[in-house]
Write a protein that binds this ligand. Structure first.
Ligand SMILES: Cc1cc2nc3c(=O)[nH]c(=O)nc-3n(C[C@H](O)[C@H](O)[C@H](O)COP(=O)(O)OP(=O)(O)OC[C@H]3O[C@@H](n4cnc5c(N)ncnc54)[C@H](O)[C@@H]3O)c2cc1C
Length: 426
């Protein structure tokens, strides 16, 4: 028991997708879980709001009903513009479930927290993790306004700047543009910097999902992700190491929105709704410690720096790492934290680290105009390549599936999308 008499089997810090997935998986297996977040839900999260097939499959497995997410919008038409100006349509399969969707993070994360609560998770909103200390057989976790909680494990799902990682001094294990920024990532700024802005009055082709490979943003890209009611989430992401001063980055979004092909896609009535927001995207899974305190602390989602190094998308990765960490704790039980850390680390290294390694290589190829042009040309070569490129891009199957036979499943490359049986309520 903590000084104030509080205890749990597992404290999960951070109730984004990574934290909710971890908490729900543990609670469904009968563990006593306390999910804490400094924010109260619904809360904003700076994001593109895009859900890949991988994210949709994880959400379906967790039991999330898209009907509980008011802004849920299915996407079927994807349009990619090459740096040469060529525009290619990449249709996603129709009538076989969902392959891509867009949902405001405000709605999605609140629905996941509700799902966790209804699955037996104790949810404490508006309580910040202040500190954590390893003990002999448990962790002491200090929570603002609650006191000290004693738990067998603590999961750090607390985002890119993970206060848990800092509290425990969990070291980076090497490499990457931010290596040398100190223990626990002090001064760490993420591998990507991304901006987003909500736009209203979108017409015509604005109902499609657009990806623009702008020559001045490579290997980054700009996007427009369609939302219901003629709105869109428009933004761009760039690798941080490209030397541009931060103030210049803020100008780029306004500049991108003014480009003729972007205006043409959004329609003449499109106008920005609110100031843009910017946030880092960490992407160095496998070069950063995944655990601390002898395995009593595990890091997931952005706190594990799990997003895809090519697209910057991290919701699927957050859901996956959250679920894997929870399963590792369930397998190890309360007395073998070293085993939990080992199982979790090996699951991540055998799958997602390989996927992210391939994505990082491809991202290097996209750094040059010729590489990006060639990639779009190759993807557009035939109906078959168009269909399959779209499914690969939206992670219908793991990026490096061919290199990891242990993940091969029957029907993996031809099966239906997520939520195949789902029908919106009339
Ligand atoms: C502009 C932009 C666009 C993006 N677009 C996409 C996209 O379209 N699709 C996609 O898949 N990914 C996208 N991403 C990445 C995605 O947003 C993240 O990878 C994802 O949110 C990670 O989820 P998470 O649960 O790990 O962390 P988060 O969603 O960041 O949640 C962390 C939680 O921890 C809480 N917290 C922080 N500190 C504390 C504390 N001390 N105590 C308690 N709680 C704390 C926070 O309040 C927060 O709720 C984008 C990112 C950016 C910046």
């Amino acid at each position: 028991m903590g000084e104030d008499g509080l205890s749990a089997d597992v404290v999960v810090a951070g109730a984004g997708p990574a934290g909710s997935a971890a908490a729900l998986t543990l609670a469904r297996a009968g563990r006593d879980v306390l999910l804490v977040d400094k924010a109260r839900f619904p809360r904003e999260k700076c994001c593109g709001d895009g859900l890949t097939t991988a994210a949709l499959r994880h959400l379906e497995d967790l039991g999330l009903d898209p009907g509980d997410v008011p802004s849920w919008q299915v996407v079927e038409d994807v349009c990619v513009r090459s740096p040469s100006g060529r525009t290619v349509d990449f249709p996603l399969p129709r009538g076989r479930g969902m392959y891509a969707a867009v949902a405001l993070r405000r709605d999605l994360d609140a629905a996941l927290v509700e799902l966790a609560r209804s699955g037996g998770v104790r949810v404490a909103e508006g309580h910040r993790l202040l500190d954590a200390r390893p003990g002999r057989a448990s962790m002491s976790v200090d929570l603002e306004g609650m006191g000290t909680v004693q738990a067998r494990y603590v999961i750090g799902a607390d985002g890119v700047w993970s206060p848990l990682r800092k509290a425990l001094g969990a070291l980076d294990s090497g490499g990457g543009p931010n290596a040398g920024n100190g223990a626990a990532g002090t001064g760490y700024l993420g591998e990507w910097h991304a901006f987003r802005q909500y736009v209203g009055g979108v017409e015509g082709d604005g109902s499609r999902l657009w990806v623009w490979f702008e020559p001045d943003l490579l290997p980054g890209y700009a996007w427009s992700f369609p939302l219901a009611g003629g709105r869109a989430n428009v933004g761009f992401g760039l690798p941080r190491g490209d030397g541009r001063p931060a103030r210049e980055l803020g100008q780029i979004l306004a500049d991108v929105l003014a480009r003729p092909h972007v205006r043409a896609a959004l329609g003449p009535g499109a106008s920005v709704e609110s100031p843009h927001r910017a946030w880092p995207i960490p992407s160095r899974l496998g070069t950063t410690a995944l655990d601390a305190a002898g395995g009593r602390a595990l890091f997931v989602g952005d706190a594990a720096r799990a997003p895809d190094p090519m697209t910057g998308e991290g919701i699927a990765q957050a859901l996956e790492t959250g679920t894997l960490a929870a399963r590792a704790i369930l397998g190890a039980g309360p007395f073998r934290p070293d085993e939990a850390a080992r199982t979790y680390g090996s699951a991540v290294r055998r799958g997602m680290v390989v996927d992210n390694g391939l994505a990082a290589l491809l991202s290097r190829a996209l750094s040059h105009r010729r590489g990006a042009r060639g990639a779009v040309r190759l993807a557009a070569a035939s109906d078959w390549t168009r269909r399959n490129f779209a499914r690969w891009l939206f992670e219908d199957y793991p990026r490096a599936v061919l290199a990891t036979p242990h993940r091969w499943r029957a029907g993996m490359l031809s099966g239906p999308g997520a939520y195949a049986g789902w029908r919106a309520a009339a």
